[in-house]
Design a protein around this ligand. Structure first.
Ligand code: IMP
Ligand code: MG
Length: 332
């Protein structure tokens, strides 16, 4: 059973956390490996509780899923330990021994650099931590005593699981438009966010990937500075029910209508095989909580249809509410 990669299409915050938590429960995922870093928050609503996860994979909701953090990631030790408590996953969590460590000094550098302030970074220090990794002076997980119980060879675990036919998911963070290479440079994050980069951070080669599921939100948001085509005012955003604040930093998100152009680009650069569309209920309120395609209003179905026609990939999953199970599953 080849593995699935989940990647974001826009500027992050497409609702990847929700999609991953659904797949974890529904498909009984065996292994989920998180990539990226602490700057990204994945929101999971499960059994009436909300989790904004910066380190622990969103698949934690399935209690049998092995949870991993890849070698290409940056680990914030304090946040990692804290989240393991809230999610109670100590006995099934592993960190690649070569994952980089984010230190307080990185966050300070991030917050005090005028250049990075102009970009509007999250302030977690990911850019400065990546710089240290490139200089080959960064600490890695095996240098940190508190992480000893969780150290593993994550790439080997993931590849062994794929070879054994187990159900494996590679959890991407952020979105294509924040990619260091392909996004709205210089208003981007400090890594490539495409499906290929997600594989690389996890240590999986392209021939082992069977599915690339790109996640679209029904409208677009971004936090921080940089271009946002079609941006509407905060007032208009509130009126439409699109106004959001960031799960991680609490900052106000800017918003814009869905863009088929950007969606096409994201499908192309991720070699996506499938798409998920989240928050359909924010654009078509009568869809809220729907779990069957036939329950959708005509215009909502038309929107999904347009996405499929214009991007060329099937919309396999449609999110209709915040809970993990508020999904229309159109997979065969
Ligand atoms: P950094 O990743 O903290 O360096 O921030 C660089 C840019 O990426 C800023 O515009 C951030 O708001 C944005 N960014 C970083 N992580 C996320 C995320 O998880 N969701 C949305 N935006 C993000
Ligand atoms: Mg987020």
């Amino acid at each position: 059973m080849p593995c699935t990669v989940i990647s974001g299409a826009f500027w992050g915050d497409e609702g990847k956390g929700k999609i991953i938590s659904y797949l974890a429960l529904k498909d009984k995922l065996d292994v989920c490996i998180r990539t990226g870093s602490v700057n990204a928050a994945h929101t999971v609503w499960y059994q009436g509780k909300r989790y904004a996860l910066h380190m622990v994979p969103a698949a934690f909701v399935h209690e049998k899923c092995r949870l991993l953090i890849g070698a290409g990631t940056n680990v914030h030790v304090g946040k990692f330990l804290e989240e393991m408590e809230t999610t109670k996953v100590k006995n099934r969590m592993g960190i690649d021994e070569q994952a980089s460590i984010i230190e307080e000094k990185h966050s300070l550098q991030d917050k005090t650099s005028a250049h990075l302030k102009g970009i509007g970074t999250t302030g977690w220090g990911v850019g400065p931590a990546v710089e240290e990794r490139v200089r080959r002076t960064a600490k890695v997980a095996r240098d940190i005593p508190e992480l000893k119980p969780y150290l593993t060879d994550a790439a080997k675990e993931v590849n062994d699981a794929i070879d054994a036919g187990r159900n494996v998911l590679l959890e991407g963070t952020q979105g294509l438009m924040l990619s260091l290479y392909h996004g709205t440079y210089p208003y981007v994050t400090s890594r490539d966010t495409s499906a290929s980069a997600i594989c690389s951070e996890a240590g999986v080669g392209p021939t082992k990937v069977g599915n690339v599921l790109v996640v679209f939100k029904s409208f677009i948001t971004r936090v921080g500075a940089g271009p946002l085509p079609g941006e509407i005012t905060k007032e208009e955003s509130l009126k439409r029910g699109w106004f959001e604040t960031a799960a991680g930093t609490g900052r106000e998100r800017r918003s814009a209508p869905f863009s088929f152009e950007l969606a096409k680009k994201a499908v192309m650069m991720n070699s996506a095989t499938q798409a998920a569309v989240t928050k359909l209920d924010c654009v078509y309120p009568q869809c809220r909580g729907a779990r069957k395609y036939d329950e959708l209003a005509k215009e909502a179905k038309q929107f999904i249809d347009d996405i499929e026609k214009k991007t060329g990939v099937p919309v396999a999953l449609v999110g209709t509410g915040p809970e993990a199970l508020d999904i229309i599953d159109r997979r065969k």
